[in-house]
Ligand binder design. Structure first.
Ligand code: FDA
Length: 579
């Protein structure tokens, strides 16, 4: 029997992109269904670095504390170490992931959240459990096969792997969050730029108590410069902490033109032994899998009623830890738009802004992640270790840096410089937070783009200019201290103003759309005791910011005005695609 079930949004995939789309849609009260290929969620750690922007998204979706409870905290992430093996010589460290004192201050100033290390097999259950609790219809062991779309919806054929038959799901919209081999993206004909299979990599997951080599320099990542470490892979051998200090994941390269080696337990153990460098430590291999480094991104994220998110539209190596972060943020961008379009409050044209806003981000992070791999090479170069050579030659080159010669001094300086340059991979606060949107859902206020005062990849620059994320500032409400980010979101637009902004409040009330209002000032519901908000808001007390449900500023007016209502009405009309 060929049954047809119905939903409003069908999501294919339960990785970070699909799970967070389901969570956001259910939180907003949108009927949705997830189909996912396997009988369980991710069973290996995969993506793990969870940046401040993603934590802000999770905070808005009400699961921040669940993630914090399970994640490795920021202070245990930060000594990215370069060594010849964990037990071997250390070549240097980079203070990472906001653990440099100056960057730590920048993290504290930028956001109410902290970044953390949340392996994907722990993250997915948090997102999926919350989504199901809020109404997502979730179907394991169900494989997407094909879709056809028409003017009113999409009909998707899926295979039920338990029953062994196929059935149809009729949805108003389809989200393809089916990962780096996305069938949905392919069937939708989304044009891709770049290249798959740039290099070969192997993940080896294992248990071992490595505390004696790691607890004194706590880190998420330990990079190993050893013979063979420049073949394929992601720049060098990597020992990654899954749970401090006894669950680990090694990333080791292979020559993609020769194909992946036979992933026997013996092979995996030999790699672990080489990178750990201490054969006395008991090791239990849990799994090994081969994957390829990709450098691909879609130019367009949608076709008609079909939208793709996550690795389906951007495929890149794990450098900079951008994979699941970008996937979660794609879905967060899309979910509120679908909600408003399905509710009849916005024109379907609003959905076109999804590609306009997220495709440039996808292109940027694919480029950044691959650049970060290339930027590991100077470390080997400093040790004269890039060209093929015998292990003895490499060890001799590494040892040479200890000599009391001018050449060795130069080598030490070159090594220090090359390692320090890796901040672009391990402390790139601007890459995480400086995303700016230009689209029809952003109303320019006529001010010129001020650019960034410092390196935009390394440093976050807060801005309230339309297209930027609302700046975080600590404000108070009675005895409660909260972030400005806590006053927005929850699926609603928010208008922020201050003393003298009454006309904006009346204008917000006059709109057919439900708009939350926030007044900051002495004697108001929210106060600004530190003056932080006054310094960051970019408006005078009587001015206004209209913030979208995803925390981005859609419209800004610097001052009080008698024309608040026509101005706000026009801005909303444009943002919602009615213009
Ligand atoms: P993701 O791949 O997570 O999820 C895709 C989902 O779609 C899965 O639930 C899958 O079962 C489902 N699916 C696929 N086809 C389907 C179909 N036809 N029908 C139904 N369901 C279907 N990143 C990182 O930063 N560090 C790392 O170490 C690693 N390691 C790593 C290892 C392995 C083995 C993989 C596959 C990936 C990584 N990554 C990684 C990448 C990281 O996992 C990735 O960037 C994010 O998970 C992307 O999230 P998505 O939700 O887009 O895809």
């Amino acid at each position: 029997m060929h049954t047809v079930v119905e939903t409003d949004v069908l999501i294919v995939g339960s990785g970070p992109a699909g799970a967070s789309a389901a969570l956001a849609l259910s939180t907003y009260g949108v009927r949705n269904m997830v189909v996912t290929r396997y009988a369980s969620l991710a069973d290996t750690p995969r993506a793990h670095i969870t940046n401040q922007r993603t934590m802000e998204v999770l905070r808005d979706l009400g699961v921040e504390q669940d993630v914090i409870a399970r994640a490795t905290p920021q202070h245990l992430m930060g000594n990215t170490t370069f060594c010849t093996s964990l037990a071997g010589e250390e070549l240097g460290r980079v203070r990472s992931w906001g653990n440099d004192p100056l960057v730590q201050a920048a993290h504290e100033l930028a956001s109410p959240t902290r970044m953390c290390d949340m392996p994907q097999h722990l993250m997915e259950p948090v997102l999926v459990n919350a989504a199901i609790a809020r109404g997502t219809d979730f179907r394991f062991s169900t494989v997407y096969k094909s879709f056809v779309q028409d003017d009113s919806g999409v009909t998707v054929t899926v295979e039920d792997r338990l029953r062994g038959d196929e059935y149809s799901i009729r949805a108003r919209y389809l989200i393809g969050a089916d990962g780096g081999r996305s069938q949905v993206a392919e069937d939708a004909g989304l044009p891709m730029g770049g290249q798959m299979g740039v290099a070969g990599s192997i993940n080896i997951v294992f248990d071992a108590d490595l505390g004696k080599y790691t607890a004194h320099r706590p880190s998420t990542l330990y990079w190993v410069l050893a013979p063979g470490a420049t073949v394929g892979g992601i720049g060098a051998g990597l020992v990654r902490c899954v749970r401090p200090w006894n669950e680990w994941l090694i990333v080791w390269g292979y020559d993609v033109t020769a194909g992946a080696p036979d992933l026997t337990e013996e092979y995996a153990l030999s790699v672990v032994r080489q990178l750990v460098g201490d054969d006395e430590i008991p090791v239990t291999i849990k799994s090994s899998s081969a994957w390829t480094v990709n450098e691909m991104y879609a130019e367009t994220y949608s076709a008609g009623r079909v939208f793709c998110a996550g690795d389906a539209v951007h495929r890149h190596p794990p450098s900079n830890g951008l994979g699941s972060n970008t996937s979660v943020q794609d879905s967060y961008n899309l979910a509120w738009k679908l909600k408003l379009v399905l509710g009849g409050e916005a024109s379907p044209r609003l959905l076109d802004t999804y590609t306009a806003e997220r495709a440039p981000v996808g292109r940027q992070i694919v480029t950044r992640a691959n650049k970060s791999i290339a930027e590991t090479a100077p470390i080997f170069e400093a040790l004269d270790g890039l060209s093929p050579q015998t292990p003895e030659q490499l060890w001799a080159n590494i040892a040479a840096r200890k000599d009391a010669t001018e050449a060795a001094a130069k080598q030490r300086a070159a090594l220090r410089e090359a390692i320090a340059f890796k901040v672009y991979e391990f402390n790139a606060h601007g890459v995480d937070l400086n995303q700016r949107y230009t689209s029809a859902a952003i109303v320019p206020d006529g001010t010129p783009d001020p650019g960034c005062a410092r390196d935009p990849e390394l440093h976050h620059q807060p801005s309230s200019r339309p297209g930027a994320k609302l700046p975080h500032a600590w404000i108070t409400s009675g005895t409660r201290t909260l972030s400005t980010l806590d006053t927005v979101g929850k699926g609603r637009f928010t208008l922020l103003t201050g003393i003298g902004g009454e006309a904006w409040l009346r204008a917000a009330e006059a709109q057919p759309l439900d708009i939350a209002t926030v007044v900051v000032g002495p004697g108001q519901e929210y106060e600004d005791p530190y003056g932080d908000w006054a310094a960051l808001s970019g408006i005078s007390d009587g001015g206004a910011l209209l913030v979208r449900p995803d925390g981005y500023v859609a419209f800004r007016h610097a001052d009080a005005t008698a024309d608040a209502e026509p101005l706000l009405t026009d801005a909303l009309r444009r943002v919602l695609g009615h213009g």
